[in-house]
Design a protein around this ligand. Structure first.
Ligand code: AMP
Ligand code: MG
Length: 431
């Protein structure tokens, strides 16, 4: 893999981070660590404009046109010279002709004359201002304009006022939105350079797991994590390689992680990373590459594995998430989402946080970051308020389903009193 020998080893990355403690890792340090681990995207492709929605722009788009191309009217009305207008009495102007949108530039309009003009039509040479038709009186071919109505340049769109020639219209790293597709179309671009979609492999590990549609023997649970992970990844617009449920068996795990390293840019597993488990996940991960096993100072989601796994000259970033269904989602949002966006070449703006008044007192120990599930609403005073959804156990997926945001209680934060303002990360835009 190109550039692989330039990569810093995991211990080199750790040594650059002051306060790094893999047994009680601060969330922010874990995020910094992961950011240093990630490769940049390498492969660009060109896609048709309509295929580019949600894709990551791979190069700056420089405007090769002025948009609009020439001065034109913003209203249906009459184009005139502002210097012909009287400030104190009505102005009388003769209509010289008509300019329609899309028609060729008109010939010079003489002083004392105006031109009937439609929205989008080119401003006739010599004229600088448009009076909307609803403000004038018409007598035969004469337009009568009341005084004090207009300033020079009113209702005229200037060439290049939307996009100037040579201007960066859209920057590389942007995740293309509906308005961007329109902007690219206004520059006449039919194809867009984007980064290749990231390939992400997912798997669930655990002997107790069964797939939907199968019978459920005593002591087993249905594998829900692959569905939440699939859905979260779908929202990120990556390609998903679903490796299914992998038994706690060395050969099966080796085969699955080996395939992921060969075929994917990243692999996300759930389960099998907590202390004292009887499975083989850790051993296999360590065999295939460089992997660290962290205990993160957070709740839910304490254990997590992170690293690189290799197969021949391919490698994938590995995110070994805990098995509990809420912990999977929370660790995904805390660490994986941004990492995958960065690997995709995207540089998105930070997610907006709300400050909302807690509707109840909350118990919180300083020294770890907590992500509680909350329902945000508007109070009678118009302020945001948030209520915690029932049982906050890391296996209670219904708490996540009922919530519309994550209450984020920072590392240093202690107990919260009712009415205190706290941070909430709304799910809209996130999931
Ligand atoms: P582990 O991290 O493997 O110790 O799993 C912690 C808890 O999460 C256990 O109760 C598992 O049964 C549960 N769990 C693990 N993987 C999944 C999964 N894919 N879907 C639903 N529950 C899971
Ligand atoms: Mg397990």
């Amino acid at each position: 893999m190109p550039g692989m020998n330039k990569q810093a080893s995991l211990s080199e990355i750790a040594s650059c981070l002051a306060g790094y403690d893999p047994q009680a890792l601060h969330v922010a340090l874990a995020q910094d660590f992961i950011a240093k681990l990630l490769p940049s995207p390498q492969i660009q492709e060109k896609v048709a404009l309509r295929e580019s929605l949600g894709r990551v722009l791979a190069a700056d788009i420089i405007s090769t046109l002025q948009v609009p191309a020439a001065d034109n009217s913003a209203m249906d009305g009459y184009a005139l010279r502002a210097c012909d207008l009287s400030a104190t009495t009505e102005t009388f102007l003769q209509i010289a002709g008509t300019s329609l949108a899309g028609s060729a530039p008109s010939s010079l309009v003489q002083p004392g004359h105006c031109q009937r003009i439609m929205t989008g039509a080119l401003m006739p040479a010599g004229l600088d201002t448009v009076v909307p038709q609803e403000f004038i009186r018409l007598e035969g071919e004469t337009v009568i304009i009341p005084p004090g109505l207009l300033r020079t340049g009113d209702n005229r769109r200037l060439a290049g006022e939307d996009l100037a020639l040579g201007q960066v219209a859209l920057s590389a790293g942007r995740i293309l939105k509906p308005a961007d597709l329109g902007l690219l179309a206004s520059l006449g671009l039919a194809e867009v350079p984007v980064w290749r979609k990231l390939r992400v492999a997912i798997l669930s590990s655990g002997d107790e797991l069964r797939s939907v549609g199968e019978p459920l023997p005593a002591g087993c649970v249905y594998d829900s994590n692959r569905y939440t992970m699939w859905a979260m990844l779908q929202r990120l617009g990556v390609e998903i390689l679903d490796l299914g449920i992998i038994r706690d068996d060395k050969a099966a795990l080796r085969e699955a992680f080996g395939r992921a390293a060969r075929e994917a840019d990243a692999v996300i597993s759930s389960g099998g990373v907590s202390v004292g488990e009887a499975d083989h996940t850790k051993g296999v991960m360590a065999e295939l590459g460089e992997v660290l096993f962290w205990k993160i100072a957070m709740r839910p989601g304490r254990p997590m594995a992170i690293g690189r796994i290799r197969n021949a000259d391919h490698q994938a970033i590995l995110f070994g998430l805990p098995g509990n269904p809420v912990a999977v989602m929370v660790t995904f949002y805390a660490f994986v989402r941004e990492a995958l966006l960065a690997m995709s070449g995207a540089s998105p703006a930070p997610l907006p946080m709300l400050r909302a008044a807690s509707l109840q007192p909350l118990r919180k120990k300083p020294g770890r970051t907590e992500y509680q599930r909350g329902i945000v609403s508007r109070g009678v005073n118009g302020q945001w308020q948030v209520e915690i959804t029932g049982n906050q156990g890391s296996g209670i997926l219904s708490s996540m389903s009922q919530a519309n945001g994550l209450v984020v209680l920072g590392h240093e934060q202690g107990n919260v009193e009712a009415g205190e303002l706290i941070d909430v990360l709304p799910f809209d835009g996130l999931i």
